[in-house]
Ligand binder design. Structure first.
Ligand SMILES: NC(=O)c1ccc[n+]([C@@H]2O[C@H](COP(=O)([O-])OP(=O)(O)OC[C@H]3O[C@@H](n4cnc5c(N)ncnc54)[C@H](OP(=O)(O)O)[C@@H]3O)[C@@H](O)[C@H]2O)c1
Length: 327
């Protein structure tokens, strides 16, 4: 496992880290025993950074991580998120009273006195134009309730706006072989300001593992079933917003680029790590076997220039038209 600096926090985090959405819910049935085994496997493999949110199973994901921390002595940095419990989910809901309440709840779920990193959880765009939201996070930092804060964004332009606030340490954004625009516009700016980048949905919800087919079925409570067309939240969070059949066709082309002995998931993760501006990829995993496979991507040799160019060509030919200008 290799490690990279996260913003100006002083933390060095595993370049393959752990996304803890699926172990909370919204991905079909999960079993806490297996989820905990997956978390332990991640730590065994050298992972020291976990991304979660208060809404992932309404505290279930955070509580599993608290349990993991009780069972391990390694230092583990936990990033959580706030805002998505607002109903209705409006910009005005992102005020100091509500944010403080969300932070207090996460402190309880994570059994800690201070949250390592709190991220705004894909708020309405308008929130980035309200400096008082960031002032509220500054006060929570001074009060010792949080150590650092960052944002999780839907769009590149939100990321560019967010890093105008000097204490934003990290930006979480969808970046994978189906989402190239962040690298064109945003990475250089983030690097210049020493803001960490967490590449989320790195496997396009599993599409880029190459294990899904036209016949794959998903449970009714799996967002790959219930949010296929953005019925519950931004459609970009499900298969990266790529039409399922279009994605499968692109995957068949990616498959030809994968070196012997490497899986497509590992190739897709190693592709992300080719970008120095990225701090880490945070693949979701429900089973220890997936976690082990994903972590091994950290130790793969760099991809060739030819492979990098081929990914861009496939993106340009198959994906760009329906994705590039949307996020
Ligand atoms: N708004 C936000 O801030 C936001 C939104 C989305 C995600 N996130 C964060 O980003 C993390 C990662 O994104 P994600 O979980 O949505 O998507 P992802 O990492 O692209 O895909 C994860 C899913 O792919 C499958 N998978 C993982 N490893 C695999 C392997 N080696 N082989 C085959 N299949 C594999 C698993 O599902 P199956 O086994 O069921 O196929 C897994 O749940 C989340 O956990 C969360 O922490 C944040």
């Amino acid at each position: 496992m290799h490690y990279r600096e996260l913003g100006r926090t002083g933390w060095r985090v595993s370049d393959i880290s752990f996304g803890a959405w699926a172990i909370g819910g919204s991905w079909g049935a999960v079993n806490d025993r297996e989820s905990l085994a997956a978390l332990h496997k991640a730590i065994d493999c050298g992972v020291n950074f976990i991304d979660t949110a208060d809404v992932y199973g309404m505290g279930r994901s955070e509580r599993l991580i608290a349990q993991l921390k009780r069972e391990r002595k390694e230092e583990i940095v936990v990033a959580t998120k706030a805002g998505r419990r607002l109903s209705p989910h409006t910009a005005s809901g992102y005020n100091e009273v509500n944010l403080t309440g969300f932070v207090e709840d996460s402190l309880r779920n994570l059994s800690t006195d201070s949250l390592d990193l709190v991220q705004l959880h894909c708020p309405p765009t308008d929130v980035y134009f309200h400096p008082e939201v960031f002032d509220a996070f500054d006060r929570l930092t001074k009060a010792g309730k949080i150590r650092h804060y960052g944002v999780s964004v839907e769009r590149v332009e939100e990321a560019l706006k967010a890093i105008e606030y000097p204490n934003v340490q990290s930006v979480q954004i969808i970046f994978n072989c189906f989402r190239l625009r962040p690298a064109d516009l945003f990475f250089e700016q983030a690097r210049r300001k020493r803001v960490g980048i967490l590449a989320r949905v790195p496997l396009a919800s599993g599409l880029l593992s190459g294990r899904l087919t036209r016949d794959s079925t998903f449970a009714a409570d799996d967002h790959r079933q219930f949010n296929r067309h953005g019925q519950a939240f931004d459609v970009g969070e499900t298969f990266s917003g790529v039409d399922y059949d279009t994605g499968l066709a692109a995957v068949e082309e990616f498959r030809r680029l994968v070196p012997e002995g490497v899986t497509l998931s590992q190739f897709a993760l190693r592709w992300i790590l080719m970008f120095d501006a990225v701090t880490c990829a945070i693949p979701g995993g429900k089973r220890p076997s997936q976690v082990m496979e994903n972590c091994a991507a950290s130790d793969l040799p760099p991809l060739t220039d030819a492979a990098m160019e081929a990914v861009r060509r496939i993106y340009d030919e198959r994906i760009r038209a329906t994705v590039h200008q949307r996020w």
